[in-house]
Design a protein around this ligand. Structure first.
Ligand code: ZN
Length: 269
């Protein structure tokens, strides 16, 4: 059964598409991390360490809705067998089953925010594989541009961007943007040129769906640590520090796709 978190009148539901080991040794993913920092991170998020010491990731999406209103999905997982992430991620994902368990029909999903255009975050948004046939799909201009410049990336442009564009379902944003009452997209570049996060707020309650602004508890404890897959580590570090400082300042709950647990309260305890 999916985990839920309430933000005022909004409900945020964590949907685990899949879990599995990262293909590279975790020390290579965070080259600057010390043994003491790893020990700290393992104590904070033990479920992210596999039995052989490997990085064990969850691949989560988050569904957000007010009451039984339309659903906004943040990220779309690794997708089914044969998806764009299939050469490294533990496909098939189970997002449609998780949604059903949460009582959400695919037709209720009106928008999908892709935090960035990596293939472990877009799986079920690819029209060929997607049950969400009329959801608009929201990306940042800088990711769209970077993607267009790399059209040769295993056909991803042809399978994701072009069909969505042709169907009139692609919404390209440039920077921060209010999506609906209590839902705001924030530009957080670095992991990719157009990485974005989603801030959920109602009154004093707030929650940030982080995408890959941070990907492991070691970066929650030590935001200065770069992730080897960050396109621009300096920008990613600046975005991460700023977002975590703001979240810490107002007690914002964090919803982090790849962590062992779906929701993290601040301050860390
Ligand atoms: Zn990711």
């Amino acid at each position: 059964m999916p985990f839920t978190h309430t933000v005022g009148r909004l409900t945020v539901i964590a949907l685990q598409d899949a879990e599995g080991p990262f293909p590279d040794p975790r020390q290579e993913c965070f080259p600057g991390a010390t043994a003491a920092q790893w020990a700290e991170a393992d104590a904070l998020d033990p479920a992210a360490r596999g039995s052989g010491g490997e990085w064990w990731l969850r691949f989560r999406s988050y569904a957000i809705r007010a009451g039984d209103g339309p659903v906004t999905l943040v990220d779309a997982g690794i997708g089914p067998e044969g998806s764009l992430a299939a050469d490294w991620a533990p496909v098939p994902g189970h997002l449609p089953d998780e949604l059903a368990a949460a009582g959400i029909a695919p037709s209720e999903v009106s928008a999908i925010v892709l935090t960035h255009l990596h293939n472990d975050h877009m799986g079920w948004a690819v029209p060929r594989d997607s049950p969400f046939t009329h959801a608009r799909v929201i990306v940042q201009q800088a990711d769209f541009d970077a993607y267009r410049a790399n059209r040769d990336q295993a056909g991803q442009y042809d399978l994701l961007i072009e069909p969505l564009w042709a169907q009139g379902r692609l919404q390209v944003l440039d920077g921060d943007h209010d999506l609906s009452p209590g839902l705001r997209v924030l530009s957080t570049p670095g992991h990719t040129p157009g990485h974005q996060t989603v801030l959920v707020e109602d009154g004093d309650d707030s929650l940030l769906v982080t995408g890959d602004l941070l990907v492991h508890a070691i970066q929650l404890l030590h935001p200065e640590l770069a992730y080897a897959s960050d396109v621009d580590p300096e920008r990613a570090r600046a975005s991460r520090r700023k977002a975590l400082a703001e979240a810490g300042g107002r007690g914002t709950t964090l919803a982090i796709s790849h962590l062992g647990t779906a929701f993290r309260e601040l301050p860390l305890g």
